[in-house]
Design a binder for this molecule. Structure first.
Ligand SMILES: NC(=O)c1ccc[n+]([C@@H]2O[C@H](COP(=O)([O-])OP(=O)(O)OC[C@H]3O[C@@H](n4cnc5c(N)ncnc54)[C@H](OP(=O)(O)O)[C@@H]3O)[C@@H](O)[C@H]2O)c1
Length: 270
């Protein structure tokens, strides 16, 4: 007999080989979840699986590329084969290429970001839905970013994917809530992970998130656990980032001017 959702719930985490995904896997394992770890770097997933098992938890490592529909199908099938159930899908895999739009490669930067951050999350949600609908329960948590609420220069494609996740999540919530399935979006500000090493950006200005507002992956993991326990539509962390979003929504013209004056012009040398 498979375990009931309140006894040993199962979370499937994409992008579990590093940063926020790995921290979330550790946090959920410590809190009694069986954890399906998915990403492309299998060696890292296997090391994390061993670490979780050594601490008395349960995990499986699944090599998956979320930008590939067949790989996503297989990832969900492997999780269900191992654990019979998926209580939480954490669509976390993603990366950003933060260069001027005219410098982005159409395939490597633009298509790859959209296929991973947005389409990957959509495909994974689609793949788990038949199971969740059948069980009349489940929770899909999508990883957006403050960039999914407030767009900044050089984050054009990244923002498009993260804004896209918001629209996708709102619509999906209204499609599947009737089956007892929850859909949440988390919008973190800057987090200390390997994210920055994949952006390909080099900056002239020192414009960056104030240190006091920079999060650790463990803080985000704790917030994801909180969402799983008390599902909400949306969570912005740190909460103070919500003020910047509010400001940008209230004063879009001033926001344009500030970003051009203090970022775009000095960065472009104008
Ligand atoms: N760090 C930040 O400041 C920040 C802020 C807000 C939101 N976020 C979001 O948080 C999420 C996690 O990022 P992170 O900061 O933890 O960065 P990270 O340490 O670079 O982790 C990214 C993860 O995504 C996985 N991934 C990338 N492409 C993939 C693909 N095609 N298929 C499967 N997995 C893939 C990577 O694994 P493999 O390379 O092994 O596949 C890795 O595990 C991202 O969605 C990011 O946009 C980050």
């Amino acid at each position: 007999m498979s375990a009931g959702p309140t006894q040993h719930p199962v979370i499937l985490i994409t992008g579990a080989s590093s940063g926020i995904g790995a921290a979330t896997a550790r946090r959920f394992a410590l809190n009694g979840y069986r954890v399906a770890l998915a990403a492309r770097r299998l060696d890292r997933l296997q090391a994390l699986q061993a670490e979780i098992e050594a601490a008395g938890g349960e995990a499986i490592a699944i090599q998956a590329d979320v930008s590939d529909a067949a790989s996503v199908e297989k990832m969900v099938a492997q999780t269900l084969k191992a654990y019979d159930q998926i209580d939480v899908l954490f669509n976390n895999a993603g990366f950003g290429r933060t260069k001027w739009l005219e410098k982005l490669d159409p395939q490597e930067d633009i298509a790859a970001q959209i296929n991973t951050n947005l389409t990957g999350a959509i495909l994974a949600a689609q793949a788990v839905l038949p199971h969740m609908i059948k069980r009349r329960s489940g929770h899909i948590i999508n990883m957006s970013s403050v960039s999914g609420l407030l767009a900044t220069p050089t984050y054009s494609i990244y923002a498009a994917t993260k804004f896209g996740l918001r629209g996708f999540s709102d619509a999906l919530r209204r499609e599947v809530g009737v089956f007892g399935i929850r859909v949440s979006v988390i919008y973190p500000g800057a987090v200390t992970t390997d994210f920055a090493s994949h952006t390909g950006a080099s900056r002239k200005t020192g414009v960056s998130t104030p240190k006091a507002l920079v999060l650790t992956p463990e803080q985000v993991a704790q917030a994801v656990l909180g969402l799983a326990r008390r599902p909400r539509r949306a969570l912005i962390i740190p909460a103070v980032s919500g003020l910047a979003v509010l400001f940008a929504n209230l004063f879009p013209g001033l926001t344009d001017w500030l970003q051009e004056r203090f970022f775009t012009r000095p960065e472009r040398g104008l």
